[in-house]
Design a protein around this ligand. Sequence first.
Ligand code: IMP
Length: 425
Amino acid sequence: MGCTVAIGSQWGDEGKAKMIDYLTEDADIVVRYQGGANAGHTVVVDDKKFVFHLIPSGILHEGKICVIGNGVVLDPVAFLEEVDLLEKKGYDVKDRLIISDSAHFILPYHKAMDSYLENFSNEKIGTTMRGIGPCYSDKCLRIGLRAGDIFDLNMLEKRAADTLRIKNLQLEKIFGGEPFTLEDIMSMLLLFKDKAGSMICNTQEYLHKAVKDRKKILLEGAQGYALDIDHGTYPYVTSSSPTIGGALLGTGLNAFDIDDVIGITKAYVTRVGEGPFPTEADEEQSERIRVNGNEFGATTGRPRRCGWFDIPLLKKAVQINGMNKLAITKLDVLTGFEKIKIGVGYNINGERVDEIPMSKCKHIEPIFIEMDGWGENISKCRSFAELPKNAQAYLNFIEDELNAPITYISVGPGRESTFITEKKQ
Ligand code: IMP
C-alpha cells in the first residue's frame, strides 16, 4: 500500500468501517475525506462494538495517525463526545488525531436548517438531520466557519456574527424558528479550541510530506458512490463527494499519489432514506435480509431498505472511481436463501437498458437473474476455497460482470472474519 482509497460502492453502509479497520493494519495514516457525523461507521473488536461518526475508523489501531481532512464538515460537539468516549474506553486519541484547519464547522443553526428544510419540502430527502447540506451550502456561499478560524478570535467573532445575522433572518422569517445567539456559538467554539485546538493543523501539507516520506496512507470515504452530489441519484444524495474526486478534493493529494482504489460493496444492496432503489426486494425478502444483516442505521436507527445486488450500479461505481479491487462484505447474510437474485439490467418503457440512468432511475423495472443459494454456515470460512460452491459461483459471476477482482471477502462482523481471496494472489 502506498496511497489507497476505500470507497463505498452503493448507497452507503457497505461495511466500510470494518474494512478500514482491517486495512489499517497495513497503513501508517488513515484520513477521512468528506461527510460529517451523518456517517455511522461500526467496528467490532473482541465482541466490543464501536460506532464512529467523525473519527476515522483506524483509530482503534495503536500508533496509527488519524486525520480529519479538509473535506469533512465537523460538528464540534459530536467530535468532542466521540473523543471522550474513546478515552473512557482506554484509547489514547489526542496524540494520534489531527484535524484540518480548513474543515468547516457544523453549528446548531445548520442542524435546525436541515430539519426545517426537510419538513418544508414536499419531496423529502430523508436526511440524517446532522446539518450536512446546510453546512456545505455555507461553505459554497463562503460564509462558513473553519477549524483554523479559532486561532484568531476577533476575526472569528466578526465572521460568526455576520453569518449568524443571515442564518437567524432565514430561520425566523422563512421558517418561523428560534434565533441562535452569538454567545452560544462562541462558547461552543471556545470549548472546542480548549479541548481540540492542539490537533488542528494544515493537513494538506502534513499529507504531502507523508507521501514524500513514503508513509502508507489510507483514505476513508463515508457514505457511498450512489449518494455522491454529482454522480449519485440526485436529489436523493448527500451534499459531498464520496467518490474518488472527493478523496482528492478533501485531502489535497493529487491523482498521481493514489495507487489503489478499493470498492467496498455488500453482497446485496441497502438504502436508508428516500430515493430510487431499482433492485429493492419485496417486503418479505427485504425484512429477511434486514433481520439477518441487522440493517438499521448506525446514526439514526432507521430500518434500511434492502434488496439484491445491482450489476449496472456497481459497473458505474467501478467506472467512475477507477476501482481496481473490490471488497465484498456481509456475504454470510445471504446464507439460507434458496435462490439469490441479481439485477443485471432494467426495463425502461418496454426496452432493456444495461446502464443505470442515475438521476432518472425512480420508475425503472429491474431485470433479475436467479442463482442457487447455499445453506451452509460460512462465518468460519477463511478462504475462497472454503466457501460453498454456490457462494463461489455467486462471487465469480459478480467478478466477471464487473471485470474487477474481488480481493477481500468478509463473512461476519468481527475483525477476524475478513480474508484475502487467495485465488487472486
Ligand atoms: P445527509 O447526508 O444527512 O444530508 O442525508 C442525505 C441522504 O444521504 C439521506 O438519504 C441519508 O439517509 C443518506 N446518508 C447520509 N449519510 C449516510 C450514511 O452514512 N449511510 C447511508 N446513508 C447515508
